[in-house]
Design a protein around this ligand. Structure first.
Ligand code: NAP
Length: 304
């Protein structure tokens, strides 16, 4: 795969940025990748493990001269980071982000984007429950979708180039408007995370089942909830604070369905339950057929 940008700057050096770096190295998508992280500890780790071609103590040094700047920080600070770097951006450069919510990020970042710089919001639909500079790996984006949200009147050449960049990291790319994006991820990611957090919280509160029993007998579905509920607290706090409307809409529907299932259980309505579970099983099959998960038993987990 050919080089797409000469210089790329990664701001924030956690799971997503480090995965982007290793995927860029695998593909040769950039000539030079500079990096900046807020804490000296993260910058030190990055230097130690060879994450980025250059790691900078000053955010402005990391960004100066970059053709592509990727904001890989929590959603809640995207706007202030953009404000900080606006003055040193190279004319004609592209700024993008990887935040899990798009309307809020665009509203906070776009006002600080200087004339002559392209801002094209983005969101790779790929992640794990791990965070930090050591958690990334080159394959994270392989065959996963990356959604781009270009503003109205965006430069088609800049959008096309960013699309090629994400494709070089292994992603499939599609464009979407911000509100639709936020609703889609509320269904596929945000509400499921909240439900997992709730289920694990319930088990924690329910002292009739001891903690050791919860851990020991966790194979029965609970284990998958615990994996999701181990996700980064800062990131997920920001997701729910910024994708409020779409998440509340989906949770409202979820609650209605839960009541319907509760009634079916109480009334012994086996047909209702069986029909419901038949419909949901078909969705699982669709995800596997679309190449978005493995059909290996137990999600392909290896037994240690
Ligand atoms: P992460 O591993 O926790 O890394 C976050 C990075 O942002 C760290 O380098 C951190 O610096 C830096 N940072 C935190 N607060 C900051 C602040 N106030 N100012 C400047 N830098 C700050 O997070 P991640 O999982 O890569 O997530 C980054 C973005 O990707 C988020 O917007 C998230 O919504 C999005 N995203 C995440 C996933 C996922 O599954 N994790 C998937 C898709 C998109 P220090 O290390 O110095 O604290």
């Amino acid at each position: 795969m050919a080089q797409i940008y000469d210089r790329v700057a990664l701001i924030g050096l956690g799971l997503i940025a480090s995965s982007m770096f290793w995927a860029m190295k695998r593909a040769g998508s950039a000539n030079h990748v500079s990096g900046y992280a807020r804490s000296a500890e993260t910058r030190e780790t990055a230097r130690k493990i060879g994450l980025c071609d250059s790691v900078h103590d000053d955010i402005l040094d990391a960004v100066a001269g970059a053709d592509l700047v990727v904001l890989c920080v929590p959603i809640g600070v995207m706007g202030s980071v953009m404000e900080q770097i606006a003055g040193v951006l190279k004319p004609g450069a592209t700024v993008t982000d990887v935040g899990s919510v798009k309307r809020d990020v665009i509203e906070n970042v776009a006002p600080h984007v200087p004339e002559g710089v392209h801002f094209i919001a983005g969101h790779p639909l790929a992640g794990t429950e791990h965070s930090g500079p050591r958690s990334g790996f080159a394959e994270l984006f392989d065959s996963r979708w990356c959604l781009l949200v270009p503003p109205e009147g965006a430069d088609p050449v800049a959008v096309q180039r960013l699309q090629q960049f994400w494709e070089s990291l292994g992603s499939n790319v599609e464009q979407m408007d911000a509100d639709h994006h936020d609703l889609v991820v509320a269904v596929t990611s945000h509400a499921p995370h909240l439900i997992a957090y709730t289920m694990v919280g319930v088990a924690d509160d329910l002292r009739r089942v001891t903690d050791s029993e919860v851990i020991k007998y966790s194979a029965g579905g609970f284990r998958d909830f615990t994996r999701i509920a181990a996700s980064d607290p800062t990131m997920w706090r920001d997701v729910f604070l910024t994708n409020k409307d779409a998440t509340l809409e989906i949770l409202g529907r979820f609650t209605e369905e839960l009541f319907a299932l509760q009634r079916a259980i109480r009334q012994g309505d086996g047909d209702f339950l069986h029909d419901y579970f038949t419909r949901t099983r078909a969705i699982r099959r669709g995800i596997i057929e679309a190449g978005q998960d493995t059909d290996a038993p137990d999600f392909g987990r290896k037994k240690s």
